[in-house]
Design a protein around this ligand. Structure first.
Ligand SMILES: Cc1ncc(COP(=O)(O)O)c(C=O)c1O
Length: 493
C-alpha cells in the first residue's frame, strides 16, 4: 500500500456542507418540538406496521453514503410514528419517565461535546462532581459521601452489592474469589423486590439462591420478624448474611419497607443497608411522603433513577454511598496507562473509574445539571406530589365505580385495579378479560398501562411518574376501561 498516496486525500466524518447540516438540525428540533407540543392529540401507541418493520429490518448493510436528509426521511417514515408512548400524557406503564423538552437540547450538547467522563481535568468532570453533590444533598446523604451516575437502578444495585460484599469479606472475594472465601454470602430483600437484585447476585457469582426473599405483610412491606428469623437461621447454618436491600417504592404496588426497623437490624447484625429507591426515593420531595422517607439516609447506600420521576432521558441512574472509602476500595485499580498526572489533561479530580464498573462513560451528568438548574428542586417536588395526588384521585374514581375493583389501597403513585362485571365470572375469566382490556387500551391508542398479579388476580396497573398527565386523563381511563370491559366481557364468560 502506498501510504503517501492515500494521505493526499484525507477524510473525516464532518459534513461537507455545514449549512445544510445546520438546516437539518433546526428541522429535527422543530419536528420534535411539534410532536411533543401536539402529543396529547396523538395515539398513545401505534403498532409498527409490517412495512415499517420491513423497511428497518430488511435493509442491506449501508456501504455507500446517503444524504442525511434522506436518512432523516427514513426515520420520519419508519421510526417517529411508532414511538413507545412514554412521551404521552396517558402512558403509565412499567415505571417510565416522560422526558422533557429541554432534554432534547441537553442531548445535543452531550453529543456535541462528547466527553468521556472517566478521568482528567476537563469541565464535564466538575459538572458530574457537582451533580453528585446536589444529589447527596437532595437525598440527605452527608457531604463526604460518594456517588456515581450509572445506566440505571439495576447497575446501581449491582454496584452497591459489590461494595457491600467487599466490606463484609474484607476484600477476600475481590482478591481471591468466592472459592477462597468458602462461605455462602446472603442478601435479604422482600418477595416484592425488583428482579434486578437477584440478577445482581447472579452476576456477582454469589448465585441466585443467595438472595433470601422474605415474605411481606398485607401492605407488601417486608415482614421484619420473618427477616430477623431468616438471619438467625442462616447464621446457624454457617452462612454469612451481609446485606439487606430495603425497598422504597416496590415495582408492583409502590410499598415502602419499614426503614427504621431495617436500619436497627442492620446496625445490630453488622449488615450493609442498601435502599432500592428506583422511583420511590423521589417521594421524599412530596410533603405527603417526606416523613415516611426521613430514614432513607440511614442506608449505607441508595440507588435511584433520575430517568423515572425526574423525567430525564434514559440511562441516568445514580448510586450514593455513605462511606466513600468502602466505595473506592471496591473498584479502585491503577494501571500505568491511567496514571494521574500532577498537571495537564491527565490531572484533575480522583478518576471516576475508581468508583465504577464502567471505564469509558457518557456525560449523564449534564442532563441532570441542566434539569435541576432549569426547573429547581421545588418544581420537581411539586410534580411528584401532583402525580401522587392524581393517583389517589384515580383510586377514588375506581372506588366510586361499581364495575371496578381497587385491588390494593393507593399508598403512593401506583394504582392496581380491575374490571369486574355484574355477571358472575370465574377468576380465570376475570384475568383474561382484564388482560384483554390492557391490550385493547393500547391497541386503540387510548392509554398504555401495564399489569400486575396480586394474589393471582390480574390487575391493571398504573405507575404515575408522568408530568404531562392531568386528572381528566384518569377520568377518560376509567370510562375507557369500563367501555372495553362491557364490550368484551362476553368472550370470557
Ligand atoms: C423498584 C425498582 N428497582 C429497580 C428497577 C430497575 O431500574 P432500571 O430499569 O433503571 O435498571 C426498577 C425499574 O422499574 C424498579 O421499579
Amino acid at each position: 500500500m502506498n501510504y503517501k498516496e492515500l494521505l493526499k486525500y484525507e477524510k473525516s466524518f464532518d459534513p461537507k456542507d455545514w449549512d445544510e447540516m445546520e438546516d437539518l438540525a433546526h428541522k429535527m428540533v422543530k419536528d420534535m418540538f411539534a410532536l411533543l407540543k401536539d402529543i396529547r392529540n396523538q395515539p398513545v401507541w401505534t403498532q409498527p406496521t409490517d412495512d415499517s418493520k420491513g423497511a428497518i429490518l430488511g435493509e442491506a448493510l449501508p456501504i455507500e453514503p446517503k444524504n442525511l436528509n434522506k436518512v432523516y426521511q427514513d426515520i420520519k417514515e419508519n421510526l417517529t410514528p411508532y414511538y413507545k408512548g412514554n412521551i404521552h400524557p396517558k402512558f403509565w406503564s412499567w415505571v417510565q419517565g416522560t422526558g422533557t423538552v429541554s432534554s432534547i437540547l441537553s442531548e445535543i450538547l452531550v453529543a456535541g461535546l462528547n466527553p468521556d467522563v472517566c478521568t482528567g481535568d476537563h469541565g464535564a468532570m466538575y459538572i458530574e462532581k457537582q451533580v453528585i453533590d446536589w444529589l447527596k444533598k437532595m437525598m440527605g446523604f452527608p457531604n463526604n459521601a460518594s456517588g456515581i451516575l450509572v445506566s440505571g437502578t439495576s447497575t446501581a444495585n449491582l454496584t452497591a452489592l459489590l461494595i457491600a460484599r467487599d466490606k463484609a469479606t474484607n476484600q477476600v472475594v475481590r482478591k481471591q474469589g468466592m472459592l477462597e472465601y468458602n462461605s455462602r454470602l446472603i442478601i435479604y430483600t422482600s418477595t416484592e423486590a425488583h428482579s434486578c437484585v437477584i440478577k445482581a447476585a447472579d452476576i456477582m457469582g454469589l448465585g441466585i439462591n443467595s438472595v433470601t426473599l422474605v415474605d411481606t405483610t398485607s401492605e407488601f412491606q417486608i415482614d421484619v420478624q420473618k427477616l430477623e428469623q431468616a438471619i438467625i437461621e442462616d447464621r446457624k447454618k454457617g452462612n454469612v448474611p451481609f446485606c439487606i436491600v430495603a425497598n422504597v417504592g416496590t415495582v408492583n404496588t409502590g410499598a415502602i419497607d419499614p426503614l427504621d426497623e431495617i436500619s436497627k437490624i442492620c446496625k445490630r447484625e453488622g449488615l450493609w443497608m442498601h435502599v432500592d429507591g428506583a422511583f420511590g426515593a423521589f417521594a421524599k420531595f412530596a410533603p405527603s411522603h417526606k416523613k415516611m422517607l426521613k430514614s432513607m439516609n440511614a442506608a449505607d447506600s441508595l440507588a435511584f433513577d433520575t430517568h423515572k420521576w425526574m423525567s430525564l432521558p434514559f440511562g441516568t441512574g445514580c448510586l450514593l454511598v455513605k462511606n466513600k472509602h468502602h466505595h473506592r476500595n471496591a473498584f479502585a485499580i491503577q494501571p500505568d496507562y491511567l496514571q494521574v498526572h500532577a498537571r495537564g489533561l491527565a490531572s484533575g479530580p480522583d478518576p471516576i473509574f475508581n468508583y465504577s464498573i464502567e471505564m469509558t462513560r457518557g456525560f449523564r451528568a449534564l442532563k441532570i445539571w441542566m434539569m435541576l438548574k432549569e426547573q429547581g428542586l421545588n418544581k420537581i417536588g411539586e410534580i411528584v406530589q401532583q402525580n401522587i395526588a392524581q393517583s389517589y384521585y384515580l383510586g377514588e374514581l375506581v372506588d366510586d365505580e361499581e364495575l371496578l375493583e381497587l385491588v390494593t389501597p393507593v399508598t403512593m403513585n401506583i394504582v392496581c385495579f380491575r374490571f369486574v362485571p355484574q355477571e358472575k365470572m370465574s377468576e380465570e375469566g376475570l384475568n383474561k378479560l382484564n388482560r384483554e382490556i390492557v391490550v385493547e387500551l393500547q391497541e386503540f391508542g387510548c392509554a398504555v398501562t401495564s399489569h400486575v398479579y396480586i394474589e393471582n388476580k390480574y390487575c391493571i396497573r398504573i405507575a404515575n411518574v408522568n408530568h404531562r398527565t392531568v386528572k381528566e386523563d384518569f377520568e377518560d381511563l376509567v370510562k375507557d376501561v369500563i367501555r372495553i370491559g362491557n364490550t368484551t366481557k362476553n368472550i370470557f364468560k
